[in-house]
Design a protein around this ligand. Sequence first.
Ligand code: EPU
Length: 440
Amino acid sequence: MAKLLTIQGGKPLRGEVHVRGAKNLVPKSMVASLLGSEPSELRNVPEIKDVEIVTNLLSIHGVKVDRDAASGVMTLDPRETYSAEHTEIDTHAGDSRIPILFCGPLMHKNGEAFIPDLGGCRIGDRPINYHLEVLRNFGAVVDKRPTGIHISAPKGLRGAKLELPFPSVGATEQVLLTAVLAEGITELKNSAVEPEIHDLIAILQQMGAIITVYTDRTIRIEGVSRLSGFRHRSIPDRNETASWASAALVTEGDIYVRGAAQRDLTAFLNTYRKIGGEFEVDDDGMRFWHAGGPLNPLVLETDVHPGFMTDWQQPMVVALTQANGVSIVHETVYENRFGFTEALTRMGSSIQLHRECLGSNPCRFGQRNFLHSAVISGPVTLHGADIDVPDLRGGFSHLIAALAANGTSNVTGIEIISRGYEHFIDKIAGLGADISISER
Ligand code: EPU
């Protein structure tokens, strides 16, 4: 039965939440363990749906995964891996995009891999053309079948000279996870350099990989013939941290995020301060609160790291509905990441979407038919509404809006949020919100 979350808005969120390992790193580190000839240990593992999906996918390939949920310690033993049935992969992949990252490791281990129909959030087409192109360059044979994509490496995988059309996080991870055991040298230009990529590189280096990152977005990987295991503590989830920070701002609350780290939030914190949020940092986490007085409108463009991340855009748009004036947000990473504003408009926001690039950086979507710029006028009084969550980040932003709104909101589809936000209902309740959950 589906869950219904009922929120009586209008109470400032106050108190403490604990943020653990990054959703956009932990599942990939788990995939990396497949490359090893020995067991690995991963710490700071959160209890989220994406971790569960990868646990199941690894298990059907023979990897023994043990996890202590409370301490967040996971061990992964890949010493007896084998190929899995396509139907089994299909069943366990759910709506995650992670299966595509199994290709390199599985080809190294078993000579073949299978990718079912890929899901992920509804935030654009989310194609896999970069992934397939780099895999072909390593020597893989890609066979598209009605059930999914079968990939094999009849002559093994060899290092290659590669350049991405856009610094894609997933395609960079694909290259790393494939090149480390490929024969010879791989050079990847225009790679992503997100903190989660650096953490994955640290893991692979521990396993025995030789990887150099240059300042011009080039990564060079010298293939080795064998990798061992790793012992690693995941970086904290900077997107979850930014979400709680935004919730503190919009509800005029005060939230201490235990486990948060300042270093990978520079662009977010600059924006947070400009709009009217305050923060302080200590060794164990970060505190976020509303500085008092009206919030300031601003012009914001999402970008690849070290820019303002696309996953911070949605909670920040909710904050901008409360700013005193007109704000502009230009989304340059995904073509269709403003779908969540439809519910905000029903809740009383004034948000217009535009096809033009309304920022100073023209992006790939400017000449095409995508509503990828938003003009937000504030401040408005938000009121409760019935909401069906469209995607992970958009969904959490709806919760923030509902928590700040006057009146009652009924939210369905909240299962999507558990893909990336650990125990979020308990956390929201613990911050003093007036919420209840029922089945329907
Ligand atoms: N792209 C292609 N072809 C490809 C791959 C990507 O055109 O083969 C395009 C995408 O459509 C998009 C752009 O390249 O327009 C960037 O996509 P990227 O590959 O960087 O994204 P991803 O690896 O699929 C990860 C995160 C996203 C995060 C982005 C950007 C995971 C599991 N997902 O996605 O996180 O927004 O990087 O940093 O790591 C989220 O957490 O809610 C989320 C969507």
